[in-house]
Design a protein around this ligand. Structure first.
Ligand code: KG4
Ligand code: ZN
Length: 360
């Protein structure tokens, strides 16, 4: 069984070819074209610009993976594509190509939920070079924390392709909060990596930022208040500065050490908020394993903190490999293989992008 997978939900164009033999999966080719440098100029992703870049990147990437995987279209058994959630114009590019290929090659089309992709990047076990993946060993029920630029979710995974969302963010996603606070601190897009690098040099106890919803009694999250708290803290500091008659808040005023302390204290608040709910969910659902995936799963402080919690709770933790925390087509292909095995194929003419698609 060989499968072509396409991902274009946001600002990464990904195409991969995967092969499955029983419980063993081989990544025959994996290509990714990042648009980060383009979106840096606007400080965020402009959907139509993302779509234009996907349209440019897809044809050469397709050629590249087919050559690298050393397969012809005749050898591909199915085409998998992310249909949502994501930016509609961006999704549209991948979905269109997938529909076109599935029709031309007369192969089944598999429509993949992007969030399921993130789940599978942590659920299955990769070899060190990320070329081989194994589905051996029961992980279910698993408790997954999916943290990305667009989503913050706690999901119970009862079996393959069986998801139950236990909680999610009521406003900003964790990654979005990182991006917005990074912007307040004058850091470049995408803010997460830049902010966490800076935070490594700061004191996480210097400022006490709120842990919104910590005691809400449910498994939901909220990060927009935290972002506002950082904004107010910056204003307070500016006020002190102003009362001394030293002018307005600027990057000049924000000394590198103060900025690092704010970054570290903000990051600590995000990680603490996430962990509080993971712990609560773990006690409620008694999972066999815990999973961590999504762009923010690249954050070292979060990875270490969740590992510490998992060790304490004696629950094995599987974290998505660093290279696959961000969006990619391998994770879409992994889900695709399981959907193919389950006979969950789609009717080509009915497939449309679904920007607001839910996991369940
Ligand atoms: O999963 P992803 O690539 O795209 C979405 O599906 O949203 O996640 C991107 C998000 C961005 O908000 C980015 O700032 C954040 O992941 N991110 C990080 C780190 N690396 C990426 N956030 C915190 N720490 C990081 N090291
Ligand atoms: Zn994602």
């Amino acid at each position: 069984m060989k499968l072509l997978a396409i991902e274009t939900s946001c600002d990464e164009t990904g195409i991969a070819v995967l092969e499955q033999n029983g419980e063993e999966i081989t990544v025959l080719a994996n290509a990714l074209a990042s648009q980060v440098d383009i979106h840096k100029e606007t400080g965020g992703v402009v959907p139509n610009v993302a779509a234009r870049e996907h349209a440019k990147a897809l044809p050469p990437l397709l050629k590249k993976v087919m050559t690298e995987a050393n397969v012809t279209s005749l050898e591909i058994d199915a085409v998998a594509v992310t249909i949502g959630p994501g930016l509609e114009p961006a999704l549209f590019q991948g979905v269109n190509l997938a529909k076109e290929l599935a029709a031309k090659w007369r192969k089944p089309l598999l429509t993949i939920n992007h969030l399921a992709g993130h789940v599978y990047s942590a659920l299955l076990t990769p070899s060190e070079d990320l070329k081989q993946w194994s589905a051996a060993g029961s992980a279910f029920p698993a408790l997954a924390l999916i943290v990305s630029g667009g989503h913050t979710l706690l999901v119970k995974v009862n079996g393959h392709l069986q998801y139950k969302v236990l909680g999610s963010t009521l406003d900003d996603a964790a990654g979005e909060a990182f991006d917005k606070v990074a912007r307040l601190l004058g850091l470049p897009y995408p803010g997460g990596p830049a902010l966490s690098q800076l935070a490594a040099k700061g004191d996480p106890t210097k400022f006490s930022f709120p842990r919104p919803m910590k005691n809400s009694g449910d498994l939901n999250f909220s990060f927009s208040g935290l972002k506002t708290a950082v904004l107010y803290k910056l204003r307070d500091l500016k006020g002190v500065r102003n009362s001394r008659g030293s002018g307005t808040l600027s990057s000049e005023f924000l000394t590198p050490s103060l900025t690092a302390d704010i970054a570290a204290s903000f990051q600590a608040a995000v990680v603490d908020s996430l962990l509080t709910k993971v712990k609560r969910a773990a006690h409620e659902t008694k999972p066999h394993t815990m999973l961590l995936a999504g762009g923010v799963a690249a954050n070292t402080v979060l990875r270490v903190a969740l590992q510490t919690l998992a060790d304490k709770e004696k629950i094995p933790l599987r974290i998505a490999p660093l290279a696959l925390c961000g969006d990619n087509a391998v994770m879409i292909g992994l889900v695709g293989l399981f959907m193919f095995a389950a006979g969950q194929t789609a009717s080509i003419d009915k497939v449309e992008p679904q920007a607001g698609l839910k996991l369940c």
